[in-house]
Design a protein. Sequence first.
Length: 284
Amino acid sequence: MSTLTEVASGYQAGRTLPLRVELARQLKRRRTLVMGAILAVLPFVLLLAFAIGGDPAGRNGQVTLMDTATASGANFAAVNLFVSAGFLLVIPVALFCGDTIASEASWSSLRYLLAAPVPRARLLWSKLVVALGLSLAAMVLLPLVALAAGTAAYGWGPLQIPTGGVLDTGTAAQRLLVAVAYIFVSQLVTAGLAFWLSTKTDAPLGAVGGAVGLTIVGNVLDAVTALGHWRDFLPAHWQFAWADAVQPHAEWSGMIQGTALSMTYALVLFALAFRGFARKDIVS
């Protein structure tokens, strides 16, 4: 009886399921390693594509960011972000955030974690922080590998702007950092969707697929110009606002609007996840 009393008196909810333990668990999972490998390989696939296809050239006299891909390592990194931001970078966010709670339920280990005892809010908080951390790491990994591979292939130099002008290497690095940060913030809506769905289902694929599917629906709706100004309320409408940062004179209004919209949606979805999970009957 005294032993039980000592354990109870020394129990601190805030020390249950430490972040380092949860991070170690997630890093060892196969889906984390596979996703990291895919993102690390993509720049080399693009290098091969440019090597086979030759230097890109503008069409109809118009030069796009893709046409400057081989100008320098910085340009190659920017192109990798451009081709990945719309869909590929959605996948790790949906995977890491949507798989986190649902996978525990599918393994029938969720109830044992809560009986450890790990408070429900603490469980969600630990898993959410680690999931967002892995999502951010995935978004940093891609441009870093692209910058290294592009520099090796095309040399280190300033970032050439398609519309004219250049950004020196120091400024280009800062602007690319801003672009990565904005892409991460813009994906918080997908993270919120995936995390909320993960607390609602025992099927990880359902949570991940649902978040990706709803993100795709948002992209499709944004392409419907008949919606007019209603598209301003779609997170997808602002997903490429980061391109305004890689201009001779950065324009911040689009990123500010996109950040505000994304943060609002994400906070609501995270709050719904915590509220629903606190009242949910855990049977798996």
